[in-house]
Design a protein around this ligand. Structure first.
Ligand code: FES
Length: 121
């Protein structure tokens, strides 16, 4: 099983292919934001990669990062568009407790939404 390390929180085993956004909540137990419910619209599920940043990227992630002017921020990715299919280490930079939001947002589905069309970063 792949290992997910969240800086300052710990290292967790995650089921192969689980959505990163859900692993942050379920395994790492952090209050990860996901305001749009994991649909590549809000960018609040953003994380900063320390190691293991995936080369592949969904078209939806690529488009929303570009539209929000975030595509040039090195290592910033959307956890709702990433699968835990290898070891990775991230910094949780968008949490309910530090955002002022009233909740994290609707729980993202188990599978990536919208249905992923894979491209590269
Ligand atoms: S972009 Fe909204 S939860 Fe990922």
């Amino acid at each position: 099983m792949p290992k997910l390390t969240v800086q300052g929180v710990g290292t967790f085993e995650v089921a192969q292919g689980k959505r990163l956004v859900n692993a942050l909540e379920d395994e790492a137990k952090i209050d990860q934001m996901h305001a749009c419910g994991g649909n590549a619209r809000c960018t609040t599920c953003r994380v900063e990669f320390i190691t293991g940043e995936p080369e592949k990227m969904t078209e939806a992630e690529k488009q929303v990062l570009a539209a929000r002017g975030l595509a040039t921020q090195t290592s910033l990715r959307l956890s709702c568009q990433i699968l835990c299919d290898h070891d990775m280490e991230v910094k949780a930079i968008s949490r309910v407790s530090t955002s002022g939001a009233k909740d994290a947002g609707k729980r993202p589905a188990d599978a990536i939404t919208p249905p992923p069309v894979w491209t590269t970063k």
